[in-house]
Design a protein around this ligand. Structure first.
Ligand code: SF4
Length: 78
């Protein structure tokens, strides 16, 4: 289980999430921030501070947002 950063982060990239993550698993990508799903400990700290409400729990993703989990997995497998 992991938290996932979704579409509101694109072109926003506020970055508060990075400063609060206790395991440093949030990385800035070219278009948005990404959470490493293999490292995230599901604490929810990032979701609480995101100003654009872009962060969702993996199991709460809507069908349109599922692609953001796939994007994160692809980002960290590079
Ligand atoms: Fe980091 Fe916690 Fe957010 Fe996972 S839920 S990305 S561990 S702040």
């Amino acid at each position: 289980m992991a938290f996932v950063i979704t579409s509101p982060c694109k072109d926003e990239k506020a970055g508060e999430c990075m400063t609060v993550c206790p395991v440093d698993c949030i990385v800035e990508g070219p278009d948005q921030f990404y959470i490493d799903p293999d490292v995230c400990i599901d604490c929810g700290a990032c979701k609480a501070v995101c100003p654009v409400d872009a962060i969702e729990e993996e199991y709460d993703l809507s069908p349109e947002q599922e692609v953001y989990l796939e994007k994160a997995e692809a980002f960290f497998s590079r």
